[in-house]
Design a protein around this ligand. Structure first.
Ligand code: SAM
Ligand code: DTB
Ligand code: SF4
Length: 327
């Protein structure tokens, strides 16, 4: 595989120019970059578990878990370690190489940290990559998580800096960027991306990708979520974004962040096999597997494996740097 050097000085105009290319030209360029950096038939799979659901004090307009809206979701306390271990074992059995634990709160409290640290250690012991998404963290907390064996932290910028205020008012875009710097400082890998279909423009999508691609280091994983509309939230009734726009967003992410894993994330329930196939052709090389995301449904494993078979795709197996295909 050729070496493609990541570039960090992209402009919004360059990003938008990629978006506006004829579809075939954009996909050809993205697939060329993809092939220079990755095995094009290998897909990494991550599994999600909500370890603390609902009752969140933040007001993200897309989220089922914000206490600002009535989505009908029942809030729960942090779940016991045994439940996490059981879910992680199942995820590994289904082919996941990474296990991501999500908590609905602004930031972890000090009393939560020992429990989370035990979870990270236990998942790591199963020879799975570990990931958490816990909102804002202090340098001390990030250091403790790293020490426990945390590989990845999911912290999305969600949209462009300009549109962010329309999506969230309880924290700022810069709060998110500052947290990314804290995590990087502790040598934690980043899983950082966003959501499309929240009423933003193509310029916002281009600006979001420009911000990601101009971080001091590209996030190792870039989740591209399509809004899952949640009844009761301000974004419940937005029209679904055209799947060609999702494919374009993935292609531009692939070109601008050539060595990152680009994950086709939330929203797969609304995509048919053809649209998903084009997402893979555009350079997506990761998915969330398992029939649940955090609070909403996801594509079940049998359906995913049937599509992998049709397309000749292989689930990637990797741990501690070694990458191989699943048997
Ligand atoms: N509270 C933490 C935080 O905000 O970082 C972690 C959990 S939060 C649910 C993780 C990410 O899931 C969000 O940043 C957002 O990108 C994505 N997400 C949440 N609800 C979604 C929805 N309804 N549709 C698509 N993506 C969603
Ligand atoms: C990410 O970018 N997408 C995942 C994960 N990171 C935490 C979450 C998607 C959530 C979709 C809505 C839900 O299930 O609540
Ligand atoms: Fe809370 Fe995260 Fe949902 Fe925002 S996205 S309301 S911070 S759980």
């Amino acid at each position: 595989m050729k070496h493609v050097t990541p570039y960090h000085n992209w402009t919004s105009e360059q990003a938008l120019k990629f978006f506006n290319l004829p579809f075939n030209d954009l996909l050809f360029q993205a697939q060329s970059v993809h092939r220079a950096c990755f095995d094009p038939n290998m897909i990494q799979m991550s599994s999600l578990l909500s370890i603390k659901t609902g009752g969140c004090e933040e007001d993200c307009s897309y989220c089922s878990q914000s206490s600002s809206y009535d989505s009908g979701l029942e809030a729960s306390k942090i779940i016991p370690l045994e439940q996490v271990v059981a879910a992680a074992k199942d995820a590994k059995q289904a082919g996941a190489t990474r296990f991501c634990m999500g908590a609905a709160w602004r930031n972890p409290k000090e009393r939560d940290m020992p429990k989370i640290i035990e979870m990270v250690k236990a998942v790591k012991n199963l020879e799975l990559e570990t990931c958490v998404t816990l909102g804002f963290v202090s340098p001390e907390q990030a250091g403790e998580l790293k020490e426990a064996g945390l590989d990845y932290y999911n912290h999305n910028i969600d949209t462009s800096q300009e549109y962010y205020k329309t999506v969230v008012s309880s924290h700022s875009f810069n709060d998110r960027i500052d947290t990314l710097a804290i995590l990087r400082d502790k040598k934690i890998k980043l899983c950082t991306g966003g959501i499309i279909g929240m009423g933003e423009t193509r310029i916002d999508r281009a600006n979001m990708l420009r911000t990601l691609a101009c971080l001091p280091k590209h996030p190792e994983s870039v989740p591209i979520n399509m809004l899952v509309p949640i009844p009761g939230t301000p974004f419940a009734d937005l029209d679904q974004v055209d799947s060609f726009e999702l494919i374009r967003t993935i292609a531009v992410a692939r070109i601008m962040m050539p060595r990152s894993y680009v994950r086709l994330s939330a929203g797969r329930m609304e995509l048919n096999d053809h649209a998903q196939s084009l997402c893979f052709l555009a350079g997506a090389n990761s998915i969330f597997c398992g029939d649940r995301l955090l609070t909403t449904r996801n594509v079940d494993n049998d359906t995913d494996m049937a599509l992998f078979k049709t397309l000749g795709l292989k689930a990637e197996q990797h741990f501690e740097g070694k990458v191989t295909a699943a048997e």
